[in-house]
Structure formats: C-alpha cells, structure tokens
Ligand binder design. Sequence first.
Ligand code: B3K
Ligand code: ZN
Length: 876
Amino acid sequence: GRVFRLEDYRPSDYLIPRTDLSFVLSPDSTIVTARLLIRRREGVAPGTPLNLDGDGLTLRLVEVDGKLLEETEFSAPPESFVLHRPPAKDEFVLTIVTEISPSTNTALMGLYRSNGVYCTQCEAEGFRRITYFLDRPDILSVYTVRIEASRAEAPLLLSNGNPGATGELPDGRHFAVWHDPFPKPSYLFALVAGDLGAIHDEFVTMSGRAVALAIYVEHGKERLATYAMDALKRSMKWDEEVFGREYDLDVFNIVAVSDFNMGAMENKGLNIFNDKYVLADENTATDADFANIEAIIAHEYFHNWTGNRITCRDWFQLCLKEGLTVYRDHEFSADERSRPVKRIAEVRTLRAHQFPEDQGPLAHPVRPRRYREINNFYTATVYEKGSEVVRMIRTILGREAFRRGMDLYFDRHDGEAATIEDFLKCFEEASGRDLSQFTLWYHQAGTPNISATSAYDAAAKEFTLEIEQSLPPTPSESRKRLMHIPLQFGLVGPDGQDLSYAAVEGTAVEDGVIHVRKRRHSIRFSGVEERPIVSLNRGFSAPITLSLEQKTEHRVFLARHDSDPFSRWQSFNTILTEATIAGSKRILGGGEAEFEPVIAEVAGAIVENENLERAFRALALTPPGEADIAREIGSNIDPDAIFAARDALVRRIAEANRDQFLAAYHRLEDNGLFSPEAASAGRRALRNVLLDYLATTQDGPDIASAHFGSATNMTDRAAALAVLVHRHCERAEAQDALHAFEVTHGDDPLVMDKWFAIQAAAPGPNTVDAVQRLAAHPRFSIANPNRLRSLFGTFFSGNQSGFHRADGAGYRLFAETVLEVEKRNPQVAARLATGLRSWRSLEPKRQELAREALVSIASTKGLSADLSDIIDRTLA
Ligand code: B3K
Ligand code: ZN
C-alpha cells in the first residue's frame, strides 16, 4: 500500500470556499448532489487538472458552470475524480451527482444506516465515500445542506450548523436545509435522518446568547440521556470559565446511534455518539460508564474550539486536536470530581494502553511522520501521550503562562488549519521559554526511562541525587536524542513533611521541578537537616518509567506519608508490583509465592484511613493487573505464573485482613439511594474492591452472591457478577447469577455487552471455548462494533491467562475472528488485531504460536490497507 509522509505535505492547487450538498435519501440508492465553488489557488497555472478524492462512488453526472461535461473531459477511476482541463478563470462551479447505498455500507464510514437511522462518520477519510471532494483537513468550506427523505421513515433531518428552511414535498416526502457559517474541513460534515426521540434543554452563554440543546436517542430511551445533557451543560460552562471559550452556533445537537466504530465524533454542531456514551441510569450503567459519558461528552464539546474552530493542517497533526482535547477533558473531570483520583486513573490508563504501544512494534511518535492508513493512528500515543505532553507544557510554564499561550493560540489560529509548530510557538511567545528540546516529545517514539540513586551525608547535611535518562530504541528510530523531562519531586522528612534545603547545585530546579535535560545529572542539595526519602515524579509529571532503587520500608513510608497523593498511590502500587513479580519468579522456579507481612498490614491501614477519599482507597487497594505485571517484567512472559502470583497476593492480603475487610465492607453498605456523583461512586468502588478480596476467603461465594442479589444498581450488580464468574465459575452461584442477569437484561444490548465482557475476561484455560460458544449466542452480533469489542476485544486485549493459553487456541481464534470481521469492517478488524502487539515479550513457545497466527493473517490474499498495516508492523 501507499505510504504518506509528513515531509510530502503540499497545499492543494484548488480551494473549495463553498459547498452546497443535496441528499435525496433512500436506503439502497441515495442521490448526492454536490455543488462546489472551486477557486484556483494564487500562483497555480490556469487549467491545472483538478484531482478530487473518492471511494466506492457511482458517478451519475458532472457539470461545470451549469454545462454538462462530456466523458472525455474527466475521468473517474475508483479512488478519484479528475477534471482534465478546468476553466482558466479563478473560480467556477463544479456540480457532481453521485449515487451511494447506505444500507450496504458495513464499514460504517461515510453515510450508513444504524437501526434504520441514516447517519455519517467522515473522520478521517469518510467524506470521499459520500461525494468527490478535496477530502483533506486543510480545505475549509462553508456548507449548506439540503436533506430530503420520506417523512414516515425520517421525520428528523439534521446536519451541521443552524437550521434553515423546512417543507413538505409530494408523496409523503419532506426536506430541511442546514447552514453552517463556520468554514470547516470535510471530516466534520455530518448528517442524521431518522425517527428518534429527544430531550431538549437550553444553555445561555457568557455573552447572553441562548443555545438550544438536544440529545436524540431511540424512542423510549429519552430518560436515559439526562445525565449526558447535564454533563453537556457543565462542559459548556466549564469551557467558558477555565478557557474563556464560548459556543458559537444557535443549536447544539447530539445523536446517539448503536452501530459506531468508536466512541463519538465532534462534527460541528452535530455530535454523533456511540449510544454507550450517552445512555445511562443506575440500573443499566456502572459508575465507570457515568464517568466515561461525562468525559466523552466534554471531549467532543471541547473539540468545538480545539479541532473545529482551529483544525489540523494534515493528519500528521492529529495530536494537535486530540492530545489537547484529551488534556482539556482530563482537566474538566478533575475539576468536576477528585483531582488526585482522576490523575491516578489517567496514569493507569496511560500505562495500560499507551506504554505497551510505545514499547512494542506499533510504537510511533505523538506526531507520526508516516502512515499507510490514518485510521490506525487514532492511538493511545496520539491521544493519551499527546495529552501528557500538553500537561508537561503546563508544568514547565506554570498555569498562568500556559493560559496565556492557549489564549494566543485561539486568537492567532482561529479559522485556520494549524500545525504542532504553530501551537508550540504560542507557548514560547507567551512565556519567553525555549521549548526546542521539549519538542522532541512530539517527534521521538518510546517511553523514556529515568533511573535515580540518592545518598545523604549527615555530617555535611547534603543530599545528592544522581539521575540518568535513557530512551530505548523503537522501530525505525534506533538513536534517540536527549529529552527535556520535568520531574516534580520532594524530599520527604521523617515527619512526612517536605524538608527544605538551602541551595541546590547541578541542574535547574524550579518550584519543586527538576528539569532533566542532559544524560546525567548529579544534583546536590545542601542544608538538608535530616535524612530525606526522595519522592520522584510526583503527580506523574512526566510519562516515563522510573527505576528508583528504594527499600520496601521507604516505599511503605511514602505510601503512608507522602504529601502528594499520586506518589502515595504509586508507592504502594510499586510494592504490590514488585511482590507479584518476585512471586511469579518463585512459582516459575517450582516454588510458592511468599509475601512480606507488611504488605497486608499497609492494605489494612489504607482501608481504615478515613482521611483518604474512598475512591482513592479503592485505587490503592486494587492490585496491579496481570498485564501491568507482564509489562514490568518485559520479556519471556508466562501469563500463568503471573496469574498465580497475583492470585496468591490477593488471597494473602484478604486472609490477613479478613475480619477488618468484612467489617468495612458492611459499613460501606448502600442506603438504597443512588447518586452518580464521585463521592457515592467512591463508596461503591471501595466496597467492590473489598468484595473481590473477600470472595477469596471461606464464605466468598456466599458474600458475592448476596451482593449480587441485593444490588440496587448496575455498578454493584456487575461487580458481583464479575467476582462470581472470575473467582467461582465452577460454582452454581456463578451460573445462577449469569442466568438471572440475562433474564433481566436480555433486551438491553448495552447491558448485555457487560454480560459478554465479564465472561470473556474470566481467567484460565476454559475461556477460549466459552468465547467461541458466546459468539454463537443469539444476542451476539459480529456486525455491531460494541458487541464485537465486548466479547472479542475484551478477550484479546483484556484477558492475559485466557487468551494466551499455552496451546495457542486463543491465537487461532484471534486469526479467524480478525479475518471474519475484516470482510465487513476493516477499521474495526485492524483495531481488534492490535491484541497481539506485545507478542514478542511472551515466552518462546507462545511467541511461536502467536507468530503463526499473525503470519496466517498476513498471508491471506486481498487484505485491507487497515489490517495489513497493523499486521505488517506487528511482524516487522
Ligand atoms: N475525532 C473522533 C475520532 C475519529 C476516529 C476516526 N477513525 C473522536 C474524538 O477523538 O473525539
Ligand atoms: Zn477527540
């Protein structure tokens, strides 16, 4: 396939200042008329051929300035349209009529049907499946859209911008016109037509303009959209208060559809959402779902400024909108909920999704330099690491200068398609700082490592810190340059307070941040009155791995006393991780895992510590996942040994604290009143973590099935089901709960996704067969991305011991499924195929079996660019 390179960027010869679209909708044959005002760019020779992008279109008619073209005047091979000799004048009108078939569009890109509703997905390159166009983000156009459909089939007709004329037509048809005054790239185009219910609300902006808000959902589900509406209004307010950003149209519409390739899409004034991120009430959604809805509603709304008003020059700049918008939604959730808890959750996500990407064959810079299929670059690196990079800019500049930089960016680039260089320049100018070394965070792939050692000279009252940075090689980047790494730190004294120091020598230390810029830094703090314990990378100020030799007793001290809540969490998490790794080594050597008693003691103390938020305590007590442990070990992974060691650790902690955990578990009981707010969710989270521990003790199955039976919300019900299925699947209690859950929720696809996912995540060698059986379940459908991800996505990417079964059965199912999905939906297949990206870190036997599965996919004829791109890079 073709490779696209950043350095090949070139502005187009023509611009399209105006785009008038007309849709005559019909499921199998929709007629699209595009009337494009084409303007030759200054300096381009008159008559230069015009090349438009297209994909799978049937061309019906072409006119230039109202005159029908002869077949010789243009050509329309499958992937483009070429006007051989455009008029020599500066501007002309090109009218193109194409025919498309929404009902057979199973790739869910372009115009398709979800549950009888017409909807679109154009990012990244779906608009070319609707009409011929300059389908690239630097072509900004003002759109007017006329939609015509049967009123019975589609009483609701929506597009971007503000509503215009509507009217009746013969034969039970009607039309609506929409106009979006803000020039936008084609990837932000959207259309929805169908029969949907709605909830309506209003938001008055900071300058006093009333904006009509609506969320459209399947009839009968209106009530389930109230939390999303609340989140939307809070997002609009927050963006005004924190970033000074006001909404700019008269309406803001959100539509929830059930067939969607990803989470949601920020189309101008008409966001389209996966219904999973809109619909919620306490009986159908977990606390995690509520938090995701809030975050994604905010994310898509925030794109209105970071993405839509200022868009990307080309797709290499994707992080310009995505990393920045993730940063903004993280800040929003931190303000709406608990900042420390949110930070821990962010870091867990980053490590679970971005670190393995950065440390494996699919590693790429936050701003990639080349791609074969852009849809494969909507990655944790572009999004999550992209957000971390913005966060580091804030750490380096401080909040005030950071805000000045953002203001400058909004001012200077509004209405433009910008680059990362444009963005960084705003912060350099607003702060007077030199960010040239920092810029490497955008250009170099891989997770930097910081190793540190320390020493205290009591007589001289000097504390020295030796820090070294290193950057492991990544595909096609073997030599790395030194990075600017901002490390927040503290010197923690015996009473838990940070010690002061008189002076520091060796490097720039500013406001509690060490600016690591060289390979090695030797930093000497003088006037340090007592022996400190160093707390490094507080708040996870830099997305790195840290190798810090520290005694367990020092980690325990930090877990108890560090003033930085993130570091407290990190210290205990490191203790648990190291203990599990040591345990797995012993198991591999034929022995048994053993754990120091202090671990269980600290766990017991955390449960009781009422000074800590409950959500924080829940996170602190959550043992690192099997994948987290595998990542730390890095190579020669045996998932069974890791599973056994982790399981032994949980049992050990539970056994040592049984009475205390049980008492706390009962104290945290529900009063029957549900609130989705962070404090209530925190109580449930802590209680459900305790349940998981208690489930390993003697009355475990009874406690869990009582929890399941008495649950008054989905968070508790799903938690209990998971505990039963994962810890006691052979027991009748587990099978009874699965059955009861299915009876109650069988008709609710989103809830059934949880039922599939919980079973797909069950550890152990029997899950491969269970997943195959579940794929034949009448409620399962390979055509629906949510269902597919809940069963196969969970199994391939979220079940270490089950998927990596020693005989390779998981890998064979992987190859079979990926190829099957690819026939319908290459983008979703490619995403599923990333499940084996860490195959080289497995032990040799599994590695060979995984390789065979990957090769069997690679050697299949006629693979899509989406899938072959992932497989080729994974095998390279
Ligand atoms: N911008 C979309 C993602 C589009 C993915 C295209 N493959 C949603 C978001 O990040 O907000
Ligand atoms: Zn986004």
